[in-house]
Design a protein around this ligand. Sequence first.
Ligand code: PGA
Length: 303
Amino acid sequence: MHVTFRQLAIFNAVAEKLSFTEAANTLHLTQPAVSVQIKRLEDSVGLPLFEQLGKKIYLTSAGEELLHYSRNIFQELDEAGEMFAQMQDISRGTLSVSVATTASSFATRMISAFLKQYPAATIRLDVTNRGTLIRQLESNEKDIVIMGKPPEHMDLVGEAFMKNPLVVIAPPDHPLAGKANISINTLQNEPFVVREPASGTRAALEKLFAWCHISPAIQVEIADNEAIKEAVAAGLGLSVVSRHTLELDLQARRLVILDVEHFPIARNWYLAYRRGKRLSPIALAFKALVFEQAPKMAEALSS
Ligand code: PGA
């Protein structure tokens, strides 16, 4: 069927007024121009759309059917227009962002600062580990990803915006607590509580341990920073976590940072997305906010 939007718009006008003349006036067309378009539409459909009984015209049953579809088509077009307007309008837009588990401690604050600026915006936040973030980048599922070092094998834009120091934690009554310049070899005899294998923190820790030829016993593996800190506070072992997850625990003296050789492991937080991706206006606004807030955030998290 070769039907144009213009023909459908003319058809809708005639069907609503049930008059070629009134439809022509509304559309600022001549009556013959309206008749020609309706004739073409009837040719495409293969059935008459109007019938004249006496002086009045009526829709045929094919005309009734076409009116139903054509109203739906224009309604969908209106909805698409509204959706595109929303995408342009940051204040009502939706941002889909995925962050590393460890980054959730500051990412939620950045989101809160963003929502202060754009209270009617919607944020879909996914908190997950490095392995899942890489899969999400591969499938281009998210507007923006916040992670540790982006994988080199992928063609990504990855911009570092904040340091992410990884430190060794212990309960305050641990024999190594308060000691200065602890040799990394000392850790060989300490049981460890670690993140799951797909975690970036875990990968960084294993890299350092392999480089130093040590392999402390893994006592417990937990896919959650909060639970790891509970386990360490309960004396199940030492752990390596981002300094950024420790703000309250250090204040409350529930945990202490050990002064171990080669620590903190210096990592960075990156904002990443696939190269060539066209960031939506809301994603660009969020990216700008992340870079603007990062220095303040870093200060607050390390104090
Ligand atoms: P994660 O942190 O350990 O929560 O995956 C991400 C990273 O440091 O790469």
